[in-house]
Every structure is written in structure tokens, then in C-alpha cells.
Design a protein around this ligand. Sequence first.
Ligand SMILES: *Cc1c(COP(=O)(O)O)cnc(C)c1O
Length: 460
Amino acid sequence: MRYISTRGQAEALDFEKVLLAGLAGDGGLYVPETLPKWDADFLRGLQGKSYEEIAHAVIAPFTAGCFTSDELRELISKTYANFRHTARAPLKQIGDDLWLCELHTGPTLAFKDFAMQLIGNFYTTVLARRNERLTIIGATSGDTGSAAIEAFKGLDNVDVFILFPKGRVSDVQQRQMTTSAAANVYAMAVEGDFDDCQALVKASFNDHEFRDEIRLGGVNSINWGRVMAQIIYYVSTAVSLGAPDRKISFSVPTGNFGDIYAGYLAKQMGLPIDRLVIATNQNDILHRTVQTGKHFKDGVKPSISPSMDIQISSNFERLLFDLYDRNSQEIVSLMKALETGGFELSGDALKALRNNFDSENCSEVETFAEIKRVFDETGELLCPHSAVGAHAARKAKDKVPMVALATAHAAKFPDAVKEATGMSPDLPPFLADIMTRDERLDIIANDFDVLKSYVRAKRS
Ligand SMILES: *Cc1c(COP(=O)(O)O)cnc(C)c1O
């Protein structure tokens, strides 16, 4: 399979190169040139299969040429063996035809592990084969950072630099990044918000001299490998609830638009998804876009669901590419307009957006209320992000079964959960001592030159 850039100026690449590149050379994002299609027999054949078997069937066409079928099977099996539930992404019923898909069973307790653990294993294999070293610089709103550190810690041929917005992640999230003992891991608190961190990573890619000097690789949610790995749990969920013979809807707590974009791809490939609900917190640029067609930035308001405190949803560019019939010139001018404020979607693009997505936003008060409500009705403790998804699911639900993705474990956000329910969620035993481990981090200015000298000084 070949991958092309949304901005039309970078060369088409195969999976291996796309995996290592992250961002395209023209500043765009890679997407498959064409998508495989699933028919009803294919989906029926997945019923009753393990998560690993479904993963193999879903992603083999995307990775063909990079991994043999057997190599891929082994990498998948090694990846998910690390997860705490044999179903990997178990379903839990929280109402009439209303379900949670629990995606916090990996080592850092957020859904990011599903993709990051897999691409960590992909990177290890590919870099060993090519005998290459790589530097990874990643931005995180909280959960990507620890997931990347966990996936790449201790590897000989990778240095990992993680930028997070100082004071804007939960204590548990910060400590998951700053208490790693691995020598190839650097956690950096940036004086700025998540969009600033993300802009620093983009600047690193766009400075071609620096990019080539340090052999920069990207594992942010714009990495195609991550999007691809997230398609799997939409499929495993839908077939276990009756696909292809029944339609399923999903509500997805959304920030950078990577997770829900994977659901959109699953639908394009033939999974019978009825509705995809973009669930936002008070940082609701995507909700406003669906409602009004206007996509304008509005400053980040810190919330109790910090992993979604984002204005620039990077993966939205991939969707725009489809909404504008894959016209890369349109994308270049829209992205330019976004730099200075935003843009209004064309009538056709807005129609196509609304054909594929619904949206709901969830205020802070509603998030607290949803955590309490689900606890009172079912005994489950939701993290604030998952509560945003559950709230939107309840509002958007009609006759079709609705699945809210539970994107993180409640114990990553104990203050909000305690305020909502009076209960303190317990961390799993392997993380129980995290608040007393030694921290290692550096605070850096929101300045690209500062970042460059830091990376140059530290990488081996
Ligand atoms: C990253 C994250 C999200 C948002 O996912 P996107 O792919 O960025 O839209 C939601 N919830 C949690 C817990 C996260 O870590």
C-alpha cells in the first residue's frame, strides 16, 4: 500500500517510511492512497475471534511489504500480551443498549497504549533491520507522553523527548512521564499549553536541517501507524455487538481527532457504523465546526479532562482532505488560514462532514454530573474524558446500540473523580507507588531554539 500527503507536495511512501517519518515533508499528513474494503463475509469471519486475530486481519493490508504475515502476528501478540484484560478492549454495559468500550487496560492506563505499544514494537523491528538510530520528539496533552515513554524506554536505537504543558497535566500523568529510570527518555515541561508543544514538534519537522541531523521520527497521533492501530477496536467492538448484521454507533472523547478519525476509516472500509459522535469538553472547536461550519480557534480553557484541552486538532486535516475530494491545494490554503484564526467550510464539505459525524459538547458541570450518574447507576468510576464520551452518547443515542469509548482509567484523574463521587479510585498495584518515586524533568521555555539546543545536548 502507498501513502500520499494531504498537501500533495511530498512523495508517496510505503508503510515502513511512513511509520518512521510521522509528518510528511510538505507539512501534510500521510493517508492511504486507497482503502481496503471489507464485505459482510469478512466481518462475519471475525465474530468470536480474539482481539489479536482481529488486529491481524484489519492491519495486514496496511503493513504488507513491511512485515510478513507471521512477523506481524508475532508483533501483535507481543504487544497485547502486556494488557491487563484478556479481551484487551472489553465492553461493559451501562444502560439500555449503551456500552462502554474500556481502552485503559494497557500499561499507562489510557487508550494511547493500544497504538503506541504496537508501533514501539514496529519501530524496534524496523530500526534493527535498517541498523539506524532515531530521535523521537513528541508533544503530549498528558497521555501520549507516558504511552510513548513506556513503549520506547530502554531501546538502544531511539532517544525520546516528550514535551508537556507545564502545570496542565494531572499529577499522575506527570509522574508517569517523569519517573522513568530509562536513560533514553527526557520529559520536558514547556512554559505554554498543548498547542505550543505541538507547534514545537511541527517546527522540528519543518526545520529540515535539524530534522535530518537528529534523524527525527514522529509518534504523535499524526503518525499513520497510530491511526491504523486504533481502527482495530472499532472492529472488535462492532462484531461482538452484532456487525455486520447490526449497526453500531460510537461516541468518542475527542481532542486531536485521531481516535474518532480511525472510526471514520473503519466506516469507510465497510464497518456498519451508524453514527460517530464527536464528544468535546469545553474546548469545543470541533463541535462548533459541525454545528456552524466555522472552524476558528478560540484559546484553550483548562478543564478536568486535560487530554482534550486542544484547539488545533491535527488529524482533522486528514478528514478535510476527504471532505474536499482529496484536493490538496484546498488543504494547503485551509491550513494557512488556520494559522491566523480559522476558516469556514464550503457548503459541500459541511454537508459531507454532517453526513459522517454528529457532535456534542460537555461542560465541566455536566462532566462531574456524568461521573456521578454512572457511578450511582452502575458502580463504575469513569475518568473525566470517558464521562464526556458517555454524556455525549446518552444525548445522541437513538435506537442503534451506542458505544462510548472509555479512554482513560479513573485513577489517572483522582481529584475530579473524588469531587464527583466522594470515591478515590485506586491505581493498579504496579503503579501504586508512583506518587513517591523520584521525578526527573527539565522545564524549558516555549522557544524552538531552546528546544533545539536541549535535544542536541542530550541525545546520544
Ligand atoms: C488523547 C486522549 C483523548 C483524545 O483523543 P484524540 O485522538 O486526540 O482525539 C481522549 N481521552 C484521553 C484520555 C486521551 O488521552
